[in-house]
Write a protein that binds this ligand. Structure first.
Ligand code: AVJ
Length: 320
């Protein structure tokens, strides 16, 4: 592990947390797991494949906006900023902004899975040899502290692309944005990538692709529980489903029981009826009006936004 990387939770804590969260998830109705558990090594690789799928438009649409307007965004952010990226994944979007920033003070990627994060930093270190990179292995939905870069930062900026915000319910999203507002402080900024509402015939295939990669990503959660927690999910007895919940304005991913069955985990037994779902992810889709209200409710001003020509995706520059 690089000397400057910080691991805030021990692997034992992570396993215990996964077990407790899975027991709680399977005990509630409807059963609902946290999407953060998708991203073990296998899940992270499957997600990287999802990003290249023809049906999954968000990644390429967002990249297009960052490529076209990255210089404009960097001018708005200004010189000597410290860029914090919660859920940095493969850190493959931040270079599109970093390359235009004048004297960035530091880049702080944050991921739960330290191995996946650090394994992906080599290209960034090669492209930005003078940039101080301070990886932090933490779950950004829980309290975290940030390292202090050698070069004093003029302002803190959180880069939060990929519509990861969509994973959270409106209440959770507000709480997370209030946390990010505290992280950046007065005068700080948020550069937020969010997926916008569009017809269901575009949205549903993006979460239920013809090749079944998203199905494998979803089912991998049960395989991970079997691998790491010793549960006995029979993967063939669950099927992937993606639904557009128009009232809530979100895509929902479910794992649906194909038959009456019992699953065992840590000495407990969980009975499933046919067609009973485990909700594994929400992906909320936003309107411009909803984003304006969300910014106002969480102490930010919407200073600039950049969209693609179809108005499918938006990069939002919010100032605290
Ligand atoms: C990484 C949470 C933004 O919600 O679109 C992709 C995850 N799930 N395909 C999303 C995901 C199914 C993705 N986020």
């Amino acid at each position: 592990m690089p000397a400057n990387a910080q691991r805030l939770h021990s692997p034992v804590d992570e396993r215990e947390l996964f077990l407790q969260d899975m027991l709680a998830a399977l005990s509630q109705r409807p059963r609902q797991t946290s999407p953060k558990y998708f991203y073990d090594e296998a899940g992270s690789r499957l997600f990287d494949r999802i990003c290249d799928l023809p049906e999954y438009y968000p990644t390429r649409t967002e990249r297009g906006i960052l490529e076209q307007h990255g210089a404009d965004m960097a001018r708005a952010l200004g010189p000597r900023v410290m860029v914090v990226e919660p859920g940095s994944g493969s850190s493959n979007k931040v270079p599109l902004v970093l390359k235009h920033l004048r004297e960035p003070a530091a880049y702080v990627p944050m991921e739960i899975c330290l191995e996946h994060m650090v394994a992906n930093l080599a290209p960034l270190e090669a492209a930005f040899p003078r940039l101080e990179i301070l990886p932090v292995a933490a779950d950004f939905t829980r309290p975290f502290s940030l390292p202090t870069p050698r070069l004093r930062a003029r302002r803190r900026v959180v880069f939060f692309p990929g519509s990861t915000l969509g994973n959270f319910t409106p209440k959770e999203a507000r709480e997370l944005l209030l946390t990010l507002r505290r992280v950046v402080g007065h005068g700080g900024a948020l550069l937020l990538g969010v997926d916008l509402q569009k017809p269901a015939e575009v949205l549903v295939p993006a979460y239920d692709d013809a090749q079944g990669v998203t199905a494998a990503f979803n089912l991998n959660l049960l395989e991970r529980a079997n691998r790491e927690l010793g549960s006995d999910f029979n993967i063939a007895n669950f099927t992937h489903r993606a639904v557009w919940n128009a009232e809530a304005g979100r895509i929902e991913m479910h794992l649906v029981s194909r038959c009456p069955q019992a699953v065992h985990l840590a000495g407990q037994t969980f009975h499933f009826a046919t067609d009973e779902p485990i909700i594994t992810e929400y992906s909320h889709k936003y309107t411009h009006v909803a984003l304006q209200s969300l910014a106002a409710e969480t102490g930010f001003d919407v200073h600039r936004t950049w969209e693609d020509e179809r108005d499918w995706f938006s990069l939002q520059y919010w100032v605290a």
